[in-house]
Ligand binder design. Sequence first.
Ligand code: GLN
Length: 197
Amino acid sequence: MTVPVGVLALQGDFEAHGAALARLGIDSRPVRTAEEVRASAGLVLPGGESTTMWKLMEGTGIAEAIVAVARRGDPLFVTCAGAILSARRITSPDRDGLGLLDATAVRNAYGRQLDSAVVTLTDLDRSVLGGEPLEAVFIRAPKLADLGPGVEVLARRNGDPVLVRDGNLVAATFHPELAADARVYDLVFGAAAARAA
Ligand code: GLN
């Protein structure tokens, strides 16, 4: 029996992540308490509304549990609002994040007109993702700024980093759970899936 990946299920797009993981043969379950978070073999922090997620986490110990899972080296996949929670700093409103992604998350950085879009990303780190363009769904996405020296940029949109890796954490400012492309999940959980097989 392998331990499932936990998908934080307080709010947001957690069901689609569960379905995407299932398509890849990766066992996951929704997690809603600090105990469930700690008992997971890796975590997904989904998109949604980061301000709501902070409110729902208050006083639950979930934030501390997420940090503990990250510190013990388990794979973390954080997307959109999840990437915002993970950042070192967050703007509008300004506050500290969990400090797992060495970057500042600039919330809603694309402005009203361009806030949601399906974009074909071609500026990719080919050694990691291969040469095929990556379809990416952006929904009121943040931008990542002030990247620390240990953060690798794996994909850019108009020069802005949209897929990055910081040690055992991979952050996407878009929504890989809404696209059919498995490459981004493989990046995070490929090794774990191979181990389980
Ligand atoms: N705009 C949202 C936030 O700031 C993130 C959007 C998303 O997760 N799709 O939390």
